[in-house]
Design a protein. Sequence first.
Length: 248
Amino acid sequence: MDRLRAESTVLRYRAAGNPTQQYLIEFRGKSLSRERGKVVVQDRHEVEIKLGASYPRTMPEIHWKTPIYHPNISEIGMVCLGGYGTHWVPSLSLDELCVMLWDMARFQNYDIRSPYNREAALWVANQTTFLFPLDARPLRDLRAALGRVATEPATEHAASAPAAPPPTEPRTSSQPGLRAGKYAEFVRRFAADLDGITARASSAGPVDAASEDASKVDPDGFIILDMEVDLRPRRPRSHPGDEIVFIE
């Protein structure tokens, strides 16, 4: 639970007991409540989770303490967990349970076929005011954000890669593919083959790519399938980060 809290801007909690037997979970994000007959957005929610003496063999007691308008949460705060309510799985950890509760709150997860709140289920089935999920953030939103940040250096590298040589420079220059590694020779020969097709096309008019062996088998065992050959006059690449990727 401490790790979950560190990975989330949504969740806070307080624990009680030694060992812990009770959690008061706070979700800071968008859900719905009903006030004076009108459904409105609610930005803060509290859920109480009590662990019984036989937990985790038996399901914990869950009570939604703040107002919420949801098909699977009753007006008095009882929470329906679907199949987990009748067939509890001891391996379901508390952080996974919190993920389920947050997905219910933001309407990423709801079931109008067997509701605890029939009025809310009928409203959800016919409403057009709100788009679900109400809150786009997963519970571990900070970890998700760090995952995106980790990919940025590669993106920056691609953006700063040197531009392709102008059309007058031979495609089979000294470094046909900086990332080709042991496949550099294959890239060189493949580029030469493609130059040959382009040269024949420019002298003989339109050519059917299929007739020019668009699918090639290299003597070393490399296979290129469904290669789309652009037979128009070549221009400098608009995406300097393009590259050939090999899958072994």
